[in-house]
Design a protein around this ligand. Structure first.
Ligand code: ZN
Ligand code: FE
Length: 241
């Protein structure tokens, strides 16, 4: 039993994740910003899309919902706090709910802050979590509809996961986040080393995600913040960095 994940880069810096269970053939699209490249990527692998899982209502995470559903008949799960903003949701879910891909179960977490109803999907048996725009490599999402307190709670919760957990974020923001992280922690050797690796990946046109919880614990100033106040100061500074 294995889950395979494929990255579909779309728009300027979005990543759509195709998640495929080899045993059942079940294939989930996480946050389809658009439809066509996602349908093509699935077809190229011989994967039949059976579900969409949305993390939040922003168009760059839901814009492909209707077209992918029309093409595949897939079932769309999304945050119950945002059904008014995502009119394509079949199954509204939140904290404590589970969704399945094949025999794997994803636990749904409420992670409000970037948007009020933002959710994440944790597949613990496969050590992976899909975090949308909440946690980024060396960064966190902007606080559009929530507070620093909420984001601090989210970061602490992510940090408590197994260090090996693969973190699938929805954007390639790593270089810009890393420059800020270096400015905040100029003596952090783990950040300096990571920046060299990240630069090399980007120079080669490769994604820098997924990341891992262990790597974020060592290099992400927002996860390393020891209070909501500290996270608030960091977030404000990053907004104008
Ligand atoms: Zn967003
Ligand atoms: Fe986004």
């Amino acid at each position: 039993m294995t889950i395979e994940v494929a990255c579909v880069p779309v728009l300027s810096d979005n990543y759509v994740w195709l998640v495929h269970d080899t045993a059942s053939g079940d294939t989930v699209v996480i946050d389809p910003a658009v439809a066509e490249p996602v349908l093509e990527a699935a077809q190229a692998r011989g994967w039949r899309i059976s579900q969409i899982w949305n993390t939040h209502w922003h168009r760059d995470h839901t814009g492909g919902n209707a077209e992918i559903k029309a093409a595949t008949g897939c079932i769309i799960s999304g945050p119950k706090g945002e059904t008014g903003k995502i009119d394509t949701i079949d199954r509204a879910i939140g904290e404590g709910d589970t969704v399945k891909i094949g025999a794997y179960r994803a636990n749904v977490w409420d992670v409000p802050a970037h948007t009020a109803g933002h959710i994440a999907y944790h597949i613990s048996a496969s050590d992976m979590i899909f975090v949308g725009d909440t946690l980024f490599a060396m960064g966190c999402g902007r606080l559009f509809e929530g507070t620093a307190e909420q984001m601090f709670t989210n970061m602490q919760r992510f940090a408590a996961l197994d260090g090996a957990t693969q973190v699938y974020c929805a954007h390639e923001y790593t270089l810009s986040n890393g420059r800020f992280a270096q400015a905040v922690e100029p003596n952090n050797a783990a950040i300096a080393q990571r920046m060299e690796e990240v630069q090399a990946l980007r120079d080669a046109g490769k994604p820098t995600v997924p990341t891992t919880i262990a790597l974020e614990r060592a290099t992400n100033p927002f996860m390393r913040a020891t209070s909501a106040d500290e996270l608030a100061r960091l977030r404000t500074a990053k907004d104008s960095f």
